[in-house]
Ligand binder design. Structure first.
Ligand code: GLN
Length: 531
């Protein structure tokens, strides 16, 4: 039977619950346990796929094609373990399946209610990860304790403890211990109150993880233990990290958090080796080979979370080269202004990431052109590839007005067009081309050399694609269609053999990069940027 760890959050949102959960999962994995991770989100969208990046940050795509919360990216990057569709449930998804069942007569005769029907559905979602080859399931409850929206989730995990027993369930509460400047002290009261809220609904946390900007000291620890009903050594301190989020596991391990968790769950504390992680941290924090600067030209730059996996994958590329990667985040509209291209001066590499909608496209095209003409290493991802194709069609091939039909339905040269399977006017949610798909790389291509393979699988999230009617003219002008779907019908990756390093792909390599296994495209992009 799989055992369950539940991670809740108190006082404020954005405490880094996801990072704490992912770090704990990594430590438990290093102790020899097989873990799975999951996030329950209280909002009513069925998945975050339809939300603006400004609302939600990045939409993380799993191998099996689910559009999910960006915390799943942390889960995969820390544990190296793929998440699935079962790793993210929203209230919307839970309600929608209950309501669908009701319409089908599944509750015939009964009144359908939050308790027990919604809570049962939540419990089924949690235990859907149980399996013979899974020792521990870590479930993070989104939102903050006390929110109306998260009540059914908390009630469901309370019930699960009753049903599965103390030895098989564990509650971890991540809370804030704020520092008050005026009086120069840390405050435990908000945490006490948030644990009080949990207690009122029948949950007593086993472990308290205290987020703080200064060390807590013995007195605060004692107070928290006393007033939150938590054993003294189970008050864990999680101070703001100095350099990198990848330090969190080391900081938690230093306080034996994983040991206490295993003891509470009556699991054997196996020996432990964090050396690969430590080596990675050294390369990240004290890189031997200096630094490079990469421009990321996007349209949701104000909200860094919108490009979470891109930023992480670039960092991983740096780890692979023992070089620090500094990212110059550039709002693409800035490049559209007179003199705007100066924003790109001195960068060692340019990356144009994915995106939707017409705003900022001209700036992205300008960035592609800058990289192409000045022979600066260029990586285009999803919309970034579509821009690379448009730019090449317009400025090299002479196809004036070449565009994507996403931005101009009447373009004379629709070099990027809606995919055949995408019907205009259909449902918007969950209907893009999603998830891991195979791709065949051309023999002798730069990509095949970088991957060291001809067959790859990468994750997708798009509605538009390279228009095959333009293969011939673009190839004739020097664009290499170096990656195709196995049946040859879809262009998945293009290169410019006349350029030292120019790769643009329809898929999202950033979703498969981890600090211990930097993605080859990002690793080689940074290598090329180092010159
Ligand atoms: N908007 C483009 C499409 O739907 C690109 C999507 C993306 O960059 N993820 O095809």
């Amino acid at each position: 039977m799989s055992k369950h760890i539940f991670i809740t959050g108190g006082v404020v949102s954005s405490l880094g619950k996801g990072l704490t959960a992912a770090s704990l999962a990594l430590l438990l994995q290093k102790r020899g346990y097989r873990v799975r991770m999951q996030k329950l989100d209280p909002y009513l969208n069925v998945d975050p796929g339809t939300m603006s990046p400004y609302q939600h940050g990045e939409v993380y795509v799993t191998a099996d094609g689910a559009e999910t919360d960006l915390d799943l990216g942390h889960y995969e990057r820390f544990t190296g373990q793929d998440c699935t569709r079962a790793s993210n449930f929203t209230s919307g998804r839970i309600y929608s399946s209950v309501i669908q069942r009701e319409r089908q007569g599944g509750y015939l005769g009964r009144t359908v209610q939050v308790i027990p029907h919604i809570t049962d559905e939540i419990k089924a979602a949690v235990t859907s990860l149980d399996a013979a080859d899974v020792d521990l399931v870590l479930t993070e409850i989104g939102g903050t304790v006390g929110d109306i929206e998260s009540q059914p989730f908390l009630e469901a995990i309370r019930q699960l403890r009753q049903e599965l027993g103390r030895d098989n369930t564990l509650f971890v509460h991540v809370t804030l211990v704020p520092f008050i400047k005026a009086t120069d002290e840390l405050k435990t009261k908000p945490s006490q109150q948030s644990v009080g809220l949990l207690r009122a609904i029948g949950i007593i946390p086993d472990l308290l993880v205290c987020r703080c900007e200064r060390p807590m000291g013995e007195e605060h620890r004692r107070k928290l233990a006393m007033f939150c009903n938590v054993e003294h050594e189970l008050v864990i301190e999680e101070q703001d990290v100095r350099h990198s989020i990848y330090e969190v596991p080391r900081d938690l391990a230093a306080q034996d958090m994983d040991v206490y968790v295993l003891e509470k769950l009556r699991l054997h504390v196996n020996s432990f080796d964090l050396s690969d992680w430590e080596t990675m941290l050294r390369q990240l924090i004290e890189p031997a080979h200096g630094s490079v600067e990469v421009a990321v030209v996007g349209k949701y730059i104000d909200l860094r979370d919108a490009y979470k996996s891109i930023g992480e994958a670039l960092t991983h590329g740096g780890i692979a080269n023992s070089a620090r990667v500094n990212i110059r985040w550039i709002e693409s509209e800035e490049l559209e202004q007179a003199g705007g291209l100066a924003r790109l001066d001195g960068v060692d590499g340019i990356l144009v990431p994915g995106g939707f909608g017409a705003r900022g496209i001209d700036g992205k095209l300008a960035a592609v052109r800058f990289a192409r003409e000045r022979k600066i290493p260029f990586l285009g991802i999803c919309l970034g590839m579509q821009c690379a194709v448009m730019e090449f069609a317009r400025n090299v091939c002479g196809l004036e007005g070449a565009n994507s039909t996403e931005f101009d339905g009447r373009t004379p040269h629709p070099v990027i067009d809606l995919m055949a399977e995408q019907k205009p006017g259909g449902d918007k949610g969950g209907t893009m081309r999603l998830g891991g798909k195979p791709c065949r790389l051309a023999e002798g291509s730069l990509a095949a050399r970088i991957y060291g393979a001809r067959e790859i699988v990468e994750r997708h999230r798009h509605r538009y694609e390279f228009n095959n009617a333009y293969r011939q003219p673009l190839e004739a002008a020097g664009l290499s269609l170096a990656g195709l779907s196995p049946d040859g019908s879809l262009v998945e990756l293009v290169e410019l053999p006349s350029h030292p390093w120019f790769i643009a792909c329809q898929f999202h390599p950033e979703f498969q990069s981890t600090p211990l296994r930097p993605h080859p495209l990002f690793a080689d992009f940074i290598r090329a940027a180092r010159g």
